[in-house]
Design a protein around this ligand. Structure first.
Ligand code: PAN
Ligand code: ZN
Length: 199
């Protein structure tokens, strides 16, 4: 047993923060190109550069078989009709799976296969647990009106591949339709935005 490792931390489930760990904030400007509605993005950026989400992690153990974990808090809000969300990523070590546990708020996880053809929208809320299989792009989305807090636990060697998402983004979006979240193909949502612009 390796008792030198960090064996205990405490989570603040409302703040979505692991106590004593540094918090890194992702602002709207960090998510450039990821929200579908570019005009809405530009306008929101002009009005300020709001924090979209924050994370704090425990990533010190790095031996074979070790685990990392991180807490997240996604603020409530939308850019156009698309809800506040994380950048999303694959794991750099592609087969790495991950377990998410929700603490507060109403969220969903958008899971996509690499070709974008298989998609799942899985609820992430208080006391729910989501299994993210390996080789799966995952993005966490706050569809509620309070902060969404959760932790994710993943192999230490998982790493993050944001590059693939920056290049081709997710093939689907989660947008508000008649007050409810709806999963749509990105291309269909983009067509809707273009039509509304012409009107
Ligand atoms: C999580 C995520 C966290 C932030 O800890 O890193 O929710 O999302 P992005 O990394 O997409 O910005 C995780 O999935 N780690 O593997
Ligand atoms: Zn992950």
């Amino acid at each position: 047993m390796e008792l030198t490792k960090e064996l205990f931390t405490r989570l603040d489930p409302t703040a979505g923060v692991i106590e004593g760990k540094s918090v890194s904030a992702r602002r709207l400007s960090d998510l450039k190109g990821l929200f579908a509605d570019e005009a809405a993005f530009d306008q929101a950026l002009q009005e300020g550069d709001p924090v979209i989400y924050e994370t704090s992690g425990v990533e010190s153990a790095s031996g074979e078989g070790d685990l990392h974990y991180a807490a997240g808090k996604i603020l409530p809000g939308k850019i156009g009709r698309e809800y506040f969300m994380t950048k999303g990523h694959y794991h750099a070590w592609k087969p790495a799976a991950e377990v998410y546990i929700g603490f507060q708020g109403r969220g969903v996880m958008l899971l996509e296969s690499e070709d974008g053809r298989q998609v799942e929208l899985v609820p992430l809320e208080a006391n729910s647990i989501v299994y993210v299989p390996g080789n799966t792009a995952h993005r966490t989305i706050n569809i509620g009106d309070e902060p969404l807090t959760y932790i994710g636990i993943y192999p230490a060697r998982a790493g993050h591949d944001y590059g693939s998402i920056a290049v081709k983004n997710f093939a689907h979006v989660v947008v508000e339709v008649d007050g409810e979240p709806r999963l749509m193909k990105r291309e269909d949502f983009l067509k809707e935005i273009a039509i509304n612009k012409e009107l």
